[in-house]
Design a protein around this ligand. Structure first.
Ligand code: CA
Length: 207
């Protein structure tokens, strides 16, 4: 179930948002004080944040900035909710890392549509950041390769080559001729270890 964190100090608005989000089958959690946001992100791991601009203690914009600086949370989409409508404020909110921006009072159906669009966009990004090829799982962003959850350490050129070949397999398996490339991949690590043993490193070959 998709979880949405509501960061808002206005109780009536929290209630309205919780009601409408649960009707759309979203799970919700609420934080009314800015100081509690970072610890809640850790404990709740939400999929999206609705962030009020004006909060007691620390502002939504500052929080947004903190979230974007944090390795674990920087990818969580944020929609800023604010009474401010000036163009300059809007730009500031977006430049501090918000993905979208809604000015109060906003229409609930529009907010729901924007949440849906943002979640769709995020899940599409998630899809392309991982590549699965046979028993290998490749994290394209962190440049890590796993074989049955054990990391295989590769150099940058080996990694590039592996992702290139895995990409070919992905395309070709759709056309039903992926088996040859699949077999090639399963021998891939062996092949490189042989090349390395002969001092023929991949960086030499692909210069
Ligand atoms: Ca507020």
């Amino acid at each position: 179930m998709t979880k949405i964190l509501i960061v808002e100090d206005e109780a009536s608005l929290v209630e309205l948002l919780e009601y409408n989000l649960s009707r759309q089958q979203y799970q919700t959690c609420v934080v009314m004080e800015g100081q509690k946001v970072m610890s809640t992100l850790k404990s709740e791991a939400p999929d999206l944040i609705l962030m009020d601009w004006m909060l007691p203690g620390i502002s939504g914009v500052e929080l947004c900035h903190l979230i974007r600086q944090n390795v674990s949370f920087k990818k969580i989409p944020v929609i800023m909710l604010t009474a401010r409508s000036d163009e300059a404020d809007k730009v500031k909110g977006l430049s501090m890392g918000a993905d979208d921006y809604m000015t109060k009072p906003f229409s609930i159906p529009e907010l729901m549509a924007r949440i849906q669009a943002l979640l769709r966009r995020t899940s599409e990004n998630k899809k392309v950041s991982f590549l699965k090829a046979g028993v290998l799982k490749i994290d394209l962003e962190k440049k890590q390769v796993f074989r049955e959850n054990h990391e295989i350490h590769l150099g940058p050129t080996e990694f590039k080559l592996l992702t290139f070949i895995s990409g070919l397999i992905l395309i070709n398996s759709i056309n039903g001729i992926g088996m040859i490339l699949f077999l090639f991949l399963s021998n891939f690590m062996f092949l490189f270890s042989k090349l390395k043993a002969k001092n023929l490193t991949s960086s030499l070959i692909f210069k």
